[in-house]
Design a binder for this molecule. Structure first.
Ligand code: ADP
Ligand code: ASP
Ligand code: MG
Length: 416
C-alpha cells in the first residue's frame, strides 16, 4: 500500500462527464489498495470567470475579497468530485484549504504555504477514506482565505505530498507529459520520458505553465516522486501502464545516461519592458528604482544596466504585462523626479524565449546557435539573460511563436 497524491487541472475537471472519469480513475487506484489524496482545480475557465466578475464590480478589488471569490472555484470542484466518488461506492471527504488546514502567509493572490497540519486528513486516510482537498487555496494567521497564484493547485498537491511524505504525486493534465516545447505552439514537440527537477524548475519559471514554479520547488526540496500525465486517457487503463506513462521528474544523480545539451524551449508571452533613461550612475540607484516597484509586490525579472557615459546610464528591466501600468505609474509618479531620470519608456508587447538544458554546463556553442537562428529569422534581441543551464532572450511578441519553432528545429529537439 502506498500513499498517492493525484492533482487534476481545470480541463480535466471541465465537465460533469470529465469529473466522473476522474472519479473512475481515482477509484481504480483506491481499489488497488492505495491511500489517496486528491487535489482538483476549479473547472476550466471558472477562475477567470470569477476574477472577471470581481473586476466588473470594482476596477481595483480589495485583494482579500478577490481571494475570497477566486477560491470558490475549487470549493465547487471538491464537492462535485466527492459526490462522484461516493456515487461509485467509494468513501470520500472534501476539504477546503482552511479545513485541513493549509496555512499560508497573508500575501493575497500570491500566498506561500508555511505549514500543513495533517492530523485530520490522516485520520481519513487511515480509515480508508479518500481526502479530496481544494487546490490553490489556504488560510492565513488571521483566518483569511488566501490563494496561491495562478496555476497554484500544482503547488497545493506537491506541498501536500511533501507534508505527508507521499510515495508519489501524479499531476494529471490535458497533455500527456512535459514536452520539449509547448505542444500548442510546436507540432513537432516531443514528450520527454523524464526531466530533471532542475530543468523543470527552469522550464516552469521561464513560462512552461504545465507546472507552477513553486510546486517544482517543493518537489525538489522534499524529493517527491512526481509524474506529469494525461487525465484524458482511458481512466480504467491498467495501473501498471499508467504508472509508466507521462513524464517522470528525476533528481540529477538518478540519471545515468549522457545528458542532452538542450532539453527544451520555454516561452513567456505576457512580458513588458521598462527603461529608465539617463539616470546618475551612483551607488544605490538600482535600489531607488526597483525598491518601490518591489514594495508594490511587482516581480521584476530581467535587469540590464548599461555602461555609463559621462556619469549617466540607462536602466532596463522586465515585469509581467499585467503589472506594467502599475510599475509605470510608480516610476513616473515619484521615482523619476527623485533620481533625476530623463524619461521612463516602456513596451508592453514583448515576450521571453528561453533554451534550457543541464547539458549546457559542459557544452559551449548553445548561445551561438541560438543567436544565429534568431538572426536568420530576422528577430531582434532586446535583452539577454543567462544562467548555467539556460539562455533567455527578450523579443517582440509578434515573433515569439516563430522564435520557439525555429529554435526547436535548430536544436533538433524533435529527434530526441
Ligand atoms: P492544468 O489545468 O491541468 O493545470 P495547464 O493549462 O496549467 O493545465 O498546463 C498544461 C498546459 O501547459 C498544456 O496544455 C500546454 O499547452 C502547456 N505547456 C506549456 N509548455 C509545455 C511543455 N513544455 N510541455 C507540456 N505542456 C506545456
Ligand atoms: N484554478 C486556479 C487557476 O486557474 C488554480 C489552478 O488551476 O491550478 O489558476
Ligand atoms: Mg496548471
Amino acid at each position: 500500500m502506498a500513499l498517492i497524491v493525484h492533482k487534476y487541472g481545470g480541463t480535466s475537471m471541465g465537465s460533469v462527464e470529465r469529473i466522473r472519469n476522474v472519479a473512475r480513475r481515482i477509484a481504480k487506484w483506491h481499489r488497488a489498495g492505495h491511500q489517496m489524496m486528491v487535489v482538483p482545480s476549479a473547472m476550466a475557465g471558472e477562475t477567470n470567470r470569477l476574477l472577471e466578475l470581481a473586476f466588473s464590480i470594482s476596477a481595483q478589488p480589495e485583494p482579500r475579497e478577490l481571494d475570497m471569490i477566486a477560491a470558490t472555484g475549487e470549493q465547487v470542484s471538491i464537492g462535485l468530485l466527492s459526490l462522484a466518488l461516493k456515487a461509485l461506492g467509494v468513501c470520500a471527504c472534501s476539504y477546503a484549504g482552511w479545513q485541513v488546514p493549509i496555512k499560508t502567509d497573508g500575501t493575497f493572490s500570491k500566498a506561500r504555504i508555511i505549514e500543513i497540519d495533517g492530523a485530520r486528513v490522516r485520520r481519513d486516510l487511515e480509515a480508508g477514506r479518500i481526502a479530496v482537498i481544494a487546490g490553490f487555496q489556504g488560510v492565513d494567521d488571521a483566518n483569511n482565505i488566501t490563494t496561491l497564484g495562478r496555476g497554484g493547485s500544482d503547488t497545493s498537491a506537491l506541498a501536500l505530498a511533501a507534508a505527508f511524505a507521499a510515495d508519489e504525486c501524479l499531476i494529471y493534465t490535458d497533455v500527456d507529459g512535459v514536452y520539449t516545447a509547448d505542444p500548442r505552439i510546436v507540432d513537432q514537440a516531443r514528450r520527454l520520458e523524464c526531466i530533471t527537477c532542475e530543468e523543470m524548475l527552469e522550464m516552469a519559471s521561464l513560462g512552461s505553465k504545465v507546472l507552477q514554479t513553486r510546486s517544482v520547488e517543493f518537489a525538489g526540496k522534499y524529493r517527491v516522486k512526481t509524474r506529469v500525465l494525461s487525465s484524458l486517457s482511458d481512466p480504467l487503463m491498467p495501473l501498471e501502464d499508467e504508472m509508466r506513462s507521462g513524464t517522470l521528474m528525476t533528481f540529477e544523480e538518478d540519471q545515468t545516461m549522457e545528458q542532452v545539451v538542450v532539453s527544451g524551449i520555454a516561452h513567456q508571452r505576457d512580458e513588458a519592458r521598462i527603461a529608465v533613461l539617463s539616470v546618475p550612475d551612483t551607488p544605490g540607484i538600482a535600489y531607488q528604482i526597483l525598491g518601490p516597484v518591489a514594495r508594490a509586490h511587482i516581480d521584476i525579472d530581467m535587469i540590464v544596466q548599461n555602461q555609463s557615459v559621462e556619469g549617466r546610464t540607462d536602466f532596463t528591466f522586465t515585469v509581467a504585462r499585467s503589472d506594467y501600468a502599475r510599475a509605470m505609474d510608480i516610476l513616473n509618479a515619484s521615482v523619476k523626479a527623485q533620481i533625476g531620470a530623463r524619461q521612463v519608456i516602456g513596451d508592453p508587447q514583448v515576450s521571453k524565449v528561453s533554451v534550457i538544458g543541464v547539458g549546457m554546463r559542459s557544452h559551449v556553442g548553445v548561445a551561438r546557435t541560438m543567436f544565429r537562428t534568431l538572426a536568420e529569422e530576422g528577430i531582434n534581441i532586446q535583452m539577454i539573460s543567462t544562467s548555467e543551464i539556460k539562455i533567455s532572450v527578450l523579443i517582440d511578441e509578434k515573433y515569439m511563436e516563430l522564435a520557439v519553432r525555429a529554435l526547436h528545429k535548430a536544436f533538433e529537439l524533435e529527434r530526441g
